[in-house]
Design a protein around this ligand. Structure first.
Ligand code: CAA
Length: 385
């Protein structure tokens, strides 16, 4: 993974270096603790924010690092290789929160909401999914009813909200005109300190345990007219555009998890002896190592392609889906084989392999399941739906 030279700029290599240093010095040593306790790693998240890693693509005038999507990929991979949960929080702040407001917000909204998250002062979240609506996002029931003064009254529930328990601000999607289906959805900026906003219990999860997730509920929450994000009825397109970018982040996360599992396995197969030789000398192990390497390299190249297209201002919906599908299924396969090659040690909580295995699984589920990525790719390729 280190022998690819795309002529990365000094800036891109610099942020990769900053991310790698924090990942190795602060995050990797505490990853096991946070996985076991499920505690939110606030100090580490603030440190990432102070170093520009919560607003990598955010222009400096809104408090960010002012870099491009390729820099984002390089930094995300480093953080995810140390701990996936930290990279989940980082990806929601960068991709799902800041990206959507940068692309659709007013100047005042960018100054208020993007700056707070990009500078690491606050944490953001993204609320699309509901108890009865996941992949079928247009089936949402959360309602925002417009009032005569231009404000909206919001009622309804959202579930599986990453960083929901700690977020100060949330980008919310709610139905403003159910008769128009996807064209009746609008996006709003929510302040979680305001009356009418409630949090449910924090979800116990298989992996990424230090990233806090909960259900949220709105009861007669009032959204002011200047808290509408983009035009009324454009919420679904905003959500889809944000998720296209988010999928580059999750692909990068999967590459980081896969790389960590691969590197641990490479070291192990050189040392572990069986039948009088290192297990890495057996062809069955060698085949697995070769397949791991191919999946990792393919995932990185495809993710850089999607990031590069985004940086050029070109459409990258299909390329992001290809990258996310390849990287997440690759990471799951690599983590699975890494546990298998480590045998009992892979199954033990004394080693990080079982954590990589648990963490990899979410990358096949959130920000669009593998089935949704296949649907996006195949609809594009066939022109059929
Ligand atoms: N960019 C911009 N616009 C888009 C778009 C995109 N990528 N994809 C679709 N649209 C537009 C379409 O052009 C269409 O516009 P018109 O009305 O003008 O024609 C409109 O949106 C509706 O499109 P579709 O008819 O294709 O919509 P659909 O109902 O068939 O759904 C889908 C498409 C791809 C299945 C979509 O619902 C989807 O991506 N579902 C998965 C949702 C998802 O990823 N959820 C993740 C939750 S968030 C999360 O996980 C966060 C976290 O905690 C980490």
């Amino acid at each position: 993974m280190h022998d690819v030279d795309f002529g990365f700029t000094e800036e891109q290599l610099l942020i990769q270096d900053v991310a790698r240093r924090i990942a190795q010095e602060k995050i990797a040593p505490s990853a096991e603790h946070f996985d076991k306790s499920g505690e939110f790693p606030l100090a580490n998240i603030q440190l990432l924010g102070e170093n520009g890693l919560m607003g990598i693509e955010v222009p400096a005038e809104y408090g960010g690092a002012g870099m491009d999507p390729v820099a984002y990929v390089l930094a995300m991979v480093e953080i995810a290789a140390a701990d996936a949960a930290h990279s989940t929080i980082m990806s929601v702040n960068n991709s799902l929160f800041c990206n959507g407001i940068l692309a659709n917000g007013t100047e005042a909204q960018k100054q208020k909401y993007v700056r707070a998250i990009a500078e690491g002062a606050e944490i953001g979240a993204f609320a699309l999914t509901e108890p009865q609506s996941g992949s079928d996002a247009t089936a949402m029931r959360c309602r925002a009813v417009k009032q005569a003064d231009g404000s909206f009254i919001v009622n309804g529930k959202k579930s599986w909200i990453t960083s929901g328990p700690v977020a100060k601000y949330i980008v919310l999607f709610a139905m403003t005109d159910p008769s128009k289906a996807s064209r009746g959805i609008s996006a709003f900026l929510i302040d979680t300190a305001r009356e009418g906003f409630h949090r449910g219990k924090t979800e116990p999860k298989l992996g990424i345990r230090a990233s806090a997730t909960c259900e949220i509920e709105f009861t007669d929450y009032v959204v002011q007219p200047d808290e509408l994000l983009g035009d009324e009825g454009h919420g679904f397109k905003i959500a889809m555009g944000v998720l296209d970018a988010g999928r580059i982040g999750i692909a990068s996360q999967a590459i980081g998890i896969g790389r960590a599992a691969y590197e641990a396995t490479l070291a192990y197969v050189r040392e572990r002896q069986a039948f009088g030789q290192p297990i890495g000398a057996f062809q069955m192990t060698q085949a697995k190592i070769a397949d791991m390497k191919c999946k990792l390299d393919a995932a990185l190249l495809l993710t850089l392609r999607a990031a590069w297209l985004k940086g050029q201002g070109k459409r990258f919906t299909t390329e992001a889906a290809v990258a996310k599908l390849t990287a997440s299924e690759g990471a799951m396969w690599i983590a699975h084989q890494a546990v298998q090659i480590h045998g009992g040690m892979g199954y033990s909580k004394e080693m990080p392999l079982e954590r990589y295995f648990r963490d990899a699984k979410i990358t096949e589920i959130y920000e669009g399941t593998s089935e949704i990525q296949r649907l996006v790719i195949a609809r594009h390729e066939t022109g059929l739906r």
